[in-house]
Each structure stands twice: as structure tokens, then as C-alpha cells.
Write a protein that binds this ligand. Sequence first.
Ligand SMILES: Cc1ncc(COP(=O)(O)O)c(C=O)c1O
Length: 389
Amino acid sequence: MVDFVPAQRVQALPPNFWGAMDREVLRLSAQPGARMIDVSKGNPDLPTPPHIVEAMQREVADPVHHRYPPYAGRRSLREAVVRRYRADHGVDLDPDEHVAVFHGSHEGFMAALLALVDPGTRVLLPDPGYPIYTSAVDLAGGVVVPLPLDAPAFQPDFAAVDHVDRASALVLNYPNNPTGALATRATFEQAVAFAERSGAAFVHDFAYSSLGFEGRRPLSALTVDPELSVSVEVQTLSKTYSMAGWRIGFAAGNASIIAAMRRYQSHAFSALFGATQEAAARALDGDQEVVHELVRVYERRRDLVVAGLRATGWDVSPPEGTFFVWVRLPDGGNAVEFARRLREEQRVAVAPGDGFGTRGRGWIRIGLVQDEATLQEMIERVNAFTRRN
Ligand SMILES: Cc1ncc(COP(=O)(O)O)c(C=O)c1O
């Protein structure tokens, strides 16, 4: 049997930080003892609302979807995206020019970077940031320039990239994974100004578009660039409607970027199952009370976790959005080591901040993707661990 050496583009990909940890969690889960509580990921635990599931059940039986779907995505979904943007953000889009559909925002983001970034060109990535951003830059052959997000507000420090005169893309993500921060309008204004002066496209990952707490609606980047002169925003139904397994998302923004993304997608991924697209349109057009209820669920979980950690003396700020709590270790210690011991001694898996970039060191991320009773138990185990150390 020939042992093939992967192509250089695959060799250049960073090792999967989470893969090794997942294997450890699985190994420990198989051993006798307390059950493992895994809050290391962002995999929504709640089921998709029934009206969306029912729409899918109806659509799957329609033979129109058994044939190849259109490359550009179904117009009905693109129109639903336009209606949602108008209702939620007051942004006007053209369904043919400004919207593209993808198998989730991971793929949408990949399409954006592979369509925009030439080898050797610079891409500004938030640090800390979602790890897939680095993978996308590596696949495109670009050069990462870290854009620091510092506590407590976790807004980008554009002064740190003042020296960058040209770049192919600037990436931001709010509500922010891993820090839970919401964007200020000033942040997006500075991003647009940077893009205009450097020739970069402003790519905003809006994966947690609906998850703002205390009644705050997260800001769309397109509201500060209403002419869509430099911006594209990638969204997903994974979090807003608990549809992570369905693999459906979309991008909206600058017409030339959307055209390049669609062109890349039609070659790389072909098209998406039409029934999923129709069910997604139903989700976007349907009663948004399901979204408000979801936000209330995550907000209760957030309050429980923040209060529980504070009771044992942890210094933790409540996140403004997302379903993550981002916590600095009490002693500013090694997060990888902390996570390893917590996993082994208390059977609680948290994500060490190192996986999100240099500025994640000394931090851990707790995902609010377990029910309240499980999160309560997780807090008790973390606190027992803290008291003993
Ligand atoms: C910041 C961010 N962007 C993108 C994604 C990818 O989501 P999906 O591919 O399910 O749309 C995630 C998932 O956790 C995320 O946290």
C-alpha cells in the first residue's frame, strides 16, 4: 500500500488543536467514574424548532429537490435573507447581486477568503479568534497579521496595525467567539476605514447574529457600510435556529465579493440540497419568538455560570452575547495544563484559550451548551477543583 504524502496545501494546515483534546475526552468518557461534562465546544444542544423540521419533512418529499439545485442557491432563500436583513437591521439588499448561500458559515468564510486572498498577501485576523480563520488563510497562502482584541472590551486595536499599508482581507467576528463581546459602531467604522485605505475586503463573521443579551441586538457590519462598498457578512442558521447539523448559512454584501464567492463555490462545492434551503427560508420568515426564547435560555445559563464562578472568587465578566463565557484563570496560569487536570480530575472539559491564538493564553472558554442542571454540576466540580489547588 502506498503511503501518500499530502499536497503542500494540506501539509501547511495547522494541527487541529481540538482533535487531540476530543480524543482525550472520548478516552476518559470510556473509563469508569463520573460522567464527562463537555463544555469545550460550541455545539448547540437544543433541538431545531418544530415548524422548521416540519417544513423540511414536506420539502424532502418534493421531487423538485431530487434534481440538481441551482448553483446560485434558491431565489426563495435569497429573498428570505433580504427580508430578514431589512427587518432586523434596516439594510436593503438585492437577492440576485448581494446574497449567496453556503453549507454553513464555515464554508461561507472559506469561500470568502479563497475568493479574495492571493498567496503572499496580508490578512488581518482577530487575536483571540475562531481557529478556522487561520486555516482559511493557510489554504489561500496568505500571511496572517494578528489584530489584538484586549480585555475588557475586546474591540480591535487598529493602532497595532497602523503600519499595514496593503492587505487583501480584514476579518472581524461579533458577537465574538471566544470572548462574548458585542461590536461597537466605532469598531465597524474603523474596520471600513481600514479596508478603504488598505484595499482590503472587510469580512465580518456574524455567526452569533441573534445572540445578544439584556435585549441588545448585535450590530450588522452592513449597517456601517450601507453602500456595500467594502464589506461582506457571513451568517449561519446553526446558532440562531439550533440547526448546526443541517449545514446551512449565507453571505451578504458587496456584489463583486459575492460574485467571486459564488464562482469559487460552484467549482469547489457545487450546490446545496434544495429542501434544506426551503426549510431555512421558513426559519428566516417564520415567527422569530423561537429566537427570543433561545436567547432567554442562553442568558439564564450565562447568569448561572457567572454567579457560580464568582461565588468561588473567580473574576468573571458576563458575556454580552454568544453562548460562551470567557474566563481568565485566577492565577493567570497555563490554560492547557489547567484544562488537562480539570478533565482528568473532575471530568469537566473546557477549551483552553491557547487554541484561539496568542492572546488566548491564560484564559478558558466555557460553552453554555448543556442544560442548567449539568452546568450547575459543572460549576460545583470546577469550584471543588479550585478549592483544592
Ligand atoms: C465564530 C464562528 N464562526 C463560524 C462558525 C461555523 O458555524 P457553521 O459552519 O455551523 O455555520 C462557528 C461555529 O462554532 C463560530 O463559532
